[in-house]
Design a protein. Structure first.
Ligand SMILES: Cc1ncc(COP(=O)(O)O)c(C=O)c1O
Length: 404
């Protein structure tokens, strides 16, 4: 099923402001259905969790629904869906928990492709526990993270392998199933950063082989909330720091303090919105939420890749423009520089043309170092998501051509 982009765009009030929103990789806009779900949750009356009265029961219901929705989006188990303030905060929490029994001689593998949120928490946890850190390297020419190197990097002392499902700047999608298979065979756990991948491709945490899969709802039309999906049986064996009276159940054990219930209502609405993207317009589908999500995300991927071909071809046709990343499998995320202009100047020019793009390292700290561009301000990122259309791409190319 093909995406009806005009219909999709009409779901997003913010898109009516005349800007081309090519900043989705830093956070998408939210559809009216998500805004309404969040405000309705509060308007109906919302109590804290676990009480005897209806407003509290509604909070419990919203929480259970949102765990089920995330499970449908990722192919995980609702009982292993952990919510937190952000992916970064949750990753620090998981790193601190897992590192409790790391010791000198243990090993941890991180990659130079990753957003720093899936690097630094592990680097610092390894440092504190005396574990040895190993780095997986990126080919600076192609932007690939070759899976073959993990055969050497992972040993029987490896405790954890952290790797991204997609680079948030050059879009590279490493062969995560191959990497996690090597980790598993060596008895190591894998922590897969799915923050950038989740809005662009169908996700199946089991097929990825991810012991932990992290994502952030604000990258896929939802509110600002971080999520980690894991097998409840794995979580059951972990003891995060927590308050004495707070729930010791899984996944609640990992959730510090009170959850943002209105945002959780938004998470469910966001997944339902994604699931409806490729659904028949009359809403007649009786497929499961999971199946509808998979169908939608397949259509989203196709739509984005078609636009991306035009975007990349346009950028590559301009002599003064240099694009970064040539991975065989990648999300529709362009990262480029324009001769004679700093990335910031390019972004400011785009803003003057009502085009939202990001400039800088975007926290791809190690990667921008490998690419040798960090000191000079890194590059400009134009990321496509499901609500972008050909007009957005044309506008960007026209505005870049004004500089090139
Ligand atoms: C690939 C990737 N990982 C992690 C993060 C951090 O997510 P959060 O803002 O939820 O901490 C981001 C945010 O941009 C990202 O793009």
């Amino acid at each position: 099923m093909k995406l009806d982009v005009a219909a999709v765009r009409a779901c997003y009030p913010a898109l009516a402001d005349g800007y081309a929103y090519l900043d989705g990789a830093a956070g998408t806009q939210v559809p009216a259905a998500v805004i309404e779900a969040m405000s309705e949750a509060q308007a109906r009356g919302l109590g804290n969790a676990g009480g005897a009265f209806p407003a509290s029961k509604r909070a419990d219901e919203i929480t259970a629904d949102s765990r089920a929705a995330v499970a449908a989006l990722t192919g995980g188990d609702p009982g292993g869906v952990i919510f937190g303030p952000s992916m970064t905060a949750l990753t620090y929490r998981l790193a601190a928990t897992l590192a409790k029994d790391w010791a000198p001689g243990d090993e941890v593998v991180v990659s130079r492709l990753d957003h720093d949120a899936n690097v630094r928490p592990w680097v610092q946890a390894a440092d504190r526990s005396g574990a040895t850190l190993r780095w997986a390297d990126v080919d600076p020419e192609t932007g690939e993270l070759p899976a073959g190197q993990y055969g050497e990097l992972i040993t029987d002392r490896t405790r954890l392998v952290a790797v991204t499902a997609a680079s948030n700047v050059i879009g590279t999608r490493p062969d995560v199933p191959a990497i996690t298979a090597i980790a598993r065979a060596a008895g190591a756990l894998s922590y897969v950063d799915g923050v950038h991948a989740t809005p662009h491709v169908p996700v199946d945490v089991r097929a990825l082989g991810a012991d932990f899969y992290a994502t952030s709802a604000y990258k896929w039309s939802g509110p600002h909330i971080g999520i980690v999906v894991a097998d409840p049986a794995l979580l059951d064996g972990l003891r995060p720091d927590k308050l004495v009276p707070s729930s010791d159940d899984v996944p609640e054990r990992f959730e510090l303090g009170t959850l943002p219930f209105a945002s959780l209502a938004g998470v469910t609405a966001a997944v339902q919105h994604l699931a409806a993207l490729a659904a028949p317009p009359d809403g007649s589908s009786d497929a499961s939420l999971r199946d509808r999500v998979l169908e939608s995300m397949t259509a989203v991927q196709q739509h984005e890749q078609e636009l991306f071909e035009v975007l990349l071809a346009g950028l590559d046709s301009m002599q003064q423009v240099r694009t970064y990343g040539r991975a065989v499998s990648r999300t529709a995320t362009a990262y480029f520089t324009v001769d004679g202009y700093s990335p910031q100047q390019v972004a400011e020019h785009m803003a003057s043309r009502k085009i939202n793009v990001w400039h800088g390292h975007n926290y791809a700290w190690e990667l921008t170092g490998v690419l040798g561009i960090r000191e000079a301000g890194s590059a400009v990122r134009a990321g496509l998501v499901h609500y972008n259309d050909g007009a957005d791409v044309d506008r960007l190319l026209t505005a870049v051509a004004e500089l090139a």
